[in-house]
Write a protein that binds this ligand. Structure first.
Ligand code: ATP
Ligand code: MG
Length: 412
């Protein structure tokens, strides 16, 4: 038997309905905020990620799937979507519009240790607002995300925010942190010691127990912000409050990508154990120009679909109900073709059970197919213009006229 590669999952029927529910809810809500979909390639030139994500990040140092193609060009399976979105934004000169709001979905690839909620191929729904420097843009994107999580009923959702400053104030903080860490190199992991001079902020994001302990009393970045970054951060909080959101401040949150400036955030939810971050992102005002475009302030985020789907599944949300139709006898079968077609036309999800055994066996098959409703048309029902409809969850049965079935099922 050939099996899938570890960390690369099949999403099976039953789960795929939950995924679709998440994705469709996101598309619907994002479009009410003026976002349009962009479809991006899964493979990019490696250089794109080296220049955007940062050479001393975990992603670039040890998580990328990079390979030469048949011509020797170095390619990478995308580890995230922002770099591609920005590349496309520049390449197609989307910056001629005053503001561009994009969303995308699809698989991302990172060579990580597979475990619950962490895979090597995983899916994100991402969104980017390009060309807006207003703190209102940060707050609005966060509001949109929280609205989505509310709509799909995710429990225990919390929002943490931080500001990482800008090229004016971050170097000052970097220096402060470096001085603080210099005395603690004995406690830091090998990785963090190696990059302490180039990227000391990484130590704040490191998951190794030594680094967590060593950085416990590290100076707070929020206290080092310049006037401009400080005002921006305060305004983001003001607008979040207007939307009824109360974020927790987390000055240790530096995120795993180097391109962030000013606001960064993470959203966690209950029910996942340690991999409980379901969405994350922030502002990246320098990336577009870094990649060769005009100076463009941006804000973006990505949602991890697997993690959201795992939670919804554990909460037991029901995927869309399936109806199974059983006809008894040649005449009922003929009428059934017409009825089933009419229900599908109305958007009811219905399959026919065609086997010819006794009704008892056919009911069992319908149950094994996952039927919420079994609709039966026998000779008596045919003559009276009705069907028998059995609710397999409530274990009740009723008789309904043909034209009332669609309404009855879609009301669930
Ligand atoms: P983490 O700290 O959990 O590794 P991250 O900071 O690497 O997350 P981002 O790059 O910000 O994550 O990606 C945004 C979201 O994508 C995460 O919050 C998470 O929900 C999801 N995600 C990231 N990596 C994985 C993975 N390997 N498997 C499943 N989901 C992931
Ligand atoms: Mg990670």
């Amino acid at each position: 038997m050939i099996t899938a590669i570890r960390g690369f999952n099949d999403i099976l029927p039953g789960d795929s309905e939950i995924w679709r529910h998440i994705e469709e809810s996101a598309y619907r809500i994002f479009s009410t905020y003026g976002f349009s979909e962009i479809k991006l390639p899964i493979v990019e030139k490696t250089e794109l990620f080296l220049r955007s994500i940062g050479e001393t990040t975990d992603i670039v140092e040890k998580e990328m799937y990079t390979f030469p193609d048949r011509h020797g060009d170095l390619l990478t399976l995308r580890p995230e979507g922002t770099a591609s979105a920005v590349r496309a934004y520049i390449e197609h000169k989307l910056y001629t519009a005053p503001v561009t709001k994009l969303y995308y979905t699809g698989p991302m690839f990172r060579y990580e240790r597979p475990q619950k909620g962490r895979y090597r191929q995983f899916y994100q729904i991402g969104a980017e607002v390009l060309g807006d420097d207003s703190p209102r843009a940060d707050a609005e994107a966060l509001e949109m995300l929280m609205r989505l999580f509310g709509r799909i009923n995710l429990k225990g959702v919390t929002l943490q925010i931080n500001s990482l400053g800008c090229p004016d104030c971050r170097p000052v903080y970097k220096e402060k942190l470096l001085n603080f860490l210099k005395d603690k190199t004995g406690e830091l992991c090998e990785n963090c010691v190696r990059r302490i001079d180039t990227n000391p902020l990484r130590a704040l994001d490191c998951k190794s127990p030594g680094c967590i302990e060593a950085t416990k009393n590290a100076p707070s970045i929020i206290e080092s912000l310049c006037e401009n970054c400080k005002t921006h951060f305060e305004k983001v909080q003001y607008y979040l409050k207007l939307s009824g959101l109360t974020p927790a401040l987390n000055p240790r949150m530096v995120r795993g990508l180097d391109y962030y400036t000013k606001t960064t955030f993470e959203i966690t939810a209950e029910g996942l154990g340690s991999q409980n971050t379901v969405a994350a992102g922030g502002r990246y005002d320098g990336l577009v120009s870094e990649l060769g475009g005009p100076k463009t302030p941006c804000f973006g985020f990505a949602i991890g679909i697997e993690r959201v789907a795992l939670i919804l599944k554990e909460e037991g949300i029901e995927s869309r109900p399936l109806s199974v139709f059983i006809s008894l006898g040649t005449e009922a079968e003929a009428k059934g073709v017409e009825l089933v077609s009419g229900w599908r036309e109305k958007g009811i999800r219905v399959v026919e059970e065609f086997s010819e055994g006794p009704l008892k066996n056919r009911m069992k098959r319908a149950d094994r197919l996952g039927a919420r409703y079994v609709i039966i048309l026998g000779e008596n029902e045919l003559n009276s213009g009705v069907v028998a409809i059995k609710d397999m969850v409530a274990a009740t049965q009723e008789t309904l006229p043909w034209d009332k079935i669609a309404q009855r099922i879609s009301a669930q």
